[in-house]
Write a protein of this length. Structure first.
Length: 303
């Protein structure tokens, strides 16, 4: 850290205090709040370990990052804003729309600083890349893109939006009562595994069948994604079991014993932790199959 120009984080806190109306809180409580938000920014947003920004008991930032750190910390003090809610863990980042809205706000701050020559382009690109990873931006963007394509499909298929039973044959008696002689029971998915996608699309007669096909495909992708995730975690769980057997430390190892958390792989392991946290039944099943325990704690990495 000695060879790089650094700025004390406390200097940034003082600048923020001088620029805002802090009559609602005293100086010490404001600086304590800013320290907490700074730690969130470093650990949860920029995905850095303490070794990257802490020296002794003092926090530092790169001189080139000073302005953007200051602007994000200031924005985070507005508790009801997107950035404020993000820093307080009150923003629903499972919502693709909210994720994109947050990214656009942060991106505007970064690009505004670049336009004012308060940060260099390399720093902006690095921050944007890291933030995309920390909030899962790319997947959220893909979800929105799919939604937009579905809207276009809905418009294109409007002439097919009907409930007419093509192929139905019925007879009427003299009183007007009707009965089916032949009722069309075609299932658009019945031959899905034997036909090409083009052949299946040619069999579509009503708009709803497009969505049947899409829902079927998505369900298959979901099944496959769960299976691949299961296999990935199982492999690591078995490695955990073997490691603990060798060193006789059953249940007490951590993913940091295996993974370099200054590498790009750190985010993958953090995502595995989130997956297990959201799917406790899968976590138990993997523990049983791998003959190990404390799997969730194993993947939980405190930076």
């Amino acid at each position: 850290m000695e060879n790089i120009k650094l700025v004390l984080a406390s200097e940034i806190y003082e600048e923020i205090e001088a620029e805002i109306d802090s009559t609602s809180r005293d100086s010490e409580s404001l600086k304590r709040l800013l320290r907490n938000k700074f730690n969130f920014l470093m650990k949860n947003v920029l995905l850095r370990t303490e070794a990257n920004y802490k020296k002794g008991n003092k926090n530092y930032v790169l001189h080139t990052e000073r302005h953007v750190v200051k602007e994000l910390l200031k924005a985070s003090l507005e508790e009801t804003s997107e950035i404020g809610r993000w820093f307080n863990l009150n923003l629903n980042l499972s919502s693709a729309e909210q994720t994109l809205e947050l990214f656009n706000i942060v991106s505007d701050i970064l690009k505004g600083a670049l336009d004012e020559d308060k940060v260099d382009e390399v720093t902006v690109d690095e921050w944007i890349g890291t933030i995309k990873s920390s909030i899962d931006y790319n997947n959220a963007k893909s979800v929105i893109d799919v939604k937009n394509k579905l809207d276009k499909l809905r418009v294109a298929a409007k002439p097919l939006n009907h409930e007419i039973g093509l192929g139905d044959i019925y007879l009427s008696d003299e009183e007007g009562n009707r009965d089916y002689v032949l009722k069309n029971s075609k299932n658009i998915l019945s031959d899905f595994d034997t036909l090409t996608l083009k052949e299946i699309a040619q069999q579509v007669y009503v708009e709803s069948e497009y969505y049947e096909i899409l829902q079927y495909l998505i369900s298959k992708f979901e099944e496959q994604a769960h299976q691949k995730s299961y296999e990935t975690i199982l492999n690591v769980a078995e490695m955990k079991r073997d490691y603990e057997s060798i060193f006789d430390i059953k249940g007490s190892s951590k993913i940091s014993d295996f993974a370099d958390f200054t590498s790009d792989y750190s985010q993958m392991y953090l995502k595995l932790y989130e997956y297990l946290l959201e799917n406790p039944e899968i976590c138990k099943k993997i523990e049983s199959e791998a003959k190990t325990s404390e799997l969730l704690e194993f993947f939980k990495y405190d930076k």
